[in-house]
Design a protein around this ligand. Structure first.
Ligand code: KG4
Ligand code: ZN
Length: 371
């Protein structure tokens, strides 16, 4: 049996600088240098600020990853990096750094799609004693995946339904035609004054509120496709909040009271998830799906996980989601997991000239060939 290869992976697609070392699906380390504090004042990610921070953080993050594992660059068998989709200035930093490193180390280079990373993130495993022992006795601890899998990537930048026919074989079934689900929650949160990103706060406040208090519209019920749209919910929230504020003013009060904020959070979260579940029902009725996987920042939300687990159970399907919040957010470990599959299939780029030609692809859809 072949020795499992050690992959060094990078992700600088948006506002987090991440470096990871993986062996197959096993994560040795997953360093994330978050820029959330830097972007808070902008209420979103500011590309030039992100680029500068990636530039400053990438080498220290690599050194930290090596230190935490006790490995050196000599132990690395391949270098992987997110090539797209993402913010062009951010992608450039990780890509240039990884290309130079692969050339210097004379190791294969693996170009990874960020969305494929989120899609396979539920497969990532902690390095537990059981895994180490299974590897030593050359037993496989991995349960076989039953394809086709339906992958949901629900984040601040994306809301995609992807049919995973096999590793490396993807068909985008549906996507958001405007805002992403996380973006919608962040924008509504901003209207209520919750700061950025608002998703995690909305989850907490929703627990104290009434999800049926305000009925958010269910978009695109007539359309036959599997696409999503969240911009109408944002507009609904804006109008609703001004109406509530006006009514409060007429009663001599200022702003929104606590319970109203909790009810708004619960209702908005319910509205966003109801739309996703409605389209999911359509997919499950038509497509032959065996497993449901969830990835992306919003995958950290326990209510969404519960809804999906329940739905999967109803249909007799397996449900998988990442084992930690870190793996839901943008991170390099998920890029390493994809790279390990690509390495097994021989999808690597070798030699300085071929590596130099790889360019960032800010709009690279999963399932499309690398240009
Ligand atoms: O994947 P991610 O880190 O970055 C993107 O690629 O977008 O996702 C961040 C998004 C933000 O919109 C954030 O509000 C949302 O994920 N998010 C959550 C939760 N944690 C993060 N949304 C709802 N509930 C959460 N617990
Ligand atoms: Zn992402």
């Amino acid at each position: 049996m072949n020795e499992v290869k050690t992959i060094l992976a990078f992700d600088t697609s948006c506002d987090d600088t991440s470096v990871s070392l993986v062996r197959g699906e096993t994560i040795l380390v997953n360093v994330i240098a978050s820029q959330v504090e830097l972007h808070k004042k902008f209420g979103g990610v500011f590309p030039t600020v992100a680029k500068q921070a990636h530039l400053e953080n990438i080498e220290p993050s690599l050194l930290l990853a090596l230190k935490r594992t006790g490995l050196t660059l000599e132990d690395v068998d391949a270098v992987a990096v997110t090539v797209g989709p993402g913010l062009a200035p951010s992608l450039e930093i990780g890509l240039t750094f990884a290309k130079n490193l692969a050339k210097k180390l004379k190791k294969p280079f693996i170009a990874v799609n960020h969305i494929e990373g989120h899609l396979l993130s539920p497969l990532a495993k902690r390095q537990t004693r059981k895994i180490i022992e299974a590897k030593a006795s050359k037993k496989t601890h991995q349960k076989k995946v039953k394809f086709p899998v339906l992958g949901l990537v629900i984040s601040g930048g994306h809301s995609d339904f992807v049919l995973i026919k096999n590793f490396g074989e993807y068909v985008r079934l549906g996507f958001t035609i405007d805002d992403a689900a996380g973006e919608c929650l962040d924008k509504i949160g901003r209207m209520i004054g919750l700061g950025y990103p608002a998703g995690p706060v909305i989850e907490e406040f929703a627990k104290l509120g009434d999800a049926k208090k305000y009925e958010f519209p269910l978009p695109m019920t007539e359309s036959r496709d599997y696409n999503l749209s969240f911009s109408g919910m944002k507009t609904f929230a804006r109008n609703l909040i001004s109406k509530i504020e006006q009514e409060a003013q007429e009663q001599g009060k200022i702003g929104l009271d606590k319970q109203t904020i909790y009810d708004l959070c619960a209702s908005a979260q319910y509205g966003v998830f109801r739309h996703i579940m409605h389209k999911l029902d359509k997919i499950l009725a038509k497509e032959n799906i065996k497993e449901i996987w969830l990835g992306g920042g919003v995958a950290a939300n326990q209510t969404l996980r519960k809804l999906l687990r329940f739905k999967a159970n109803q249909h007799g399907l397996v449900f998988k989601a990442p084992y930690s919040k870190k793996l839901c957010a943008d991170n390099a470990a998920m890029i390493g997991v994809v790279a390990a599959k690509k390495l097994e299939r021989g999808e690597v780029i070798i030699g300085p000239r071929a590596i130099a030609k790889v360019d960032r692809q800010p709009r690279w859809h999963v399932g499309e060939e690398l240009k």
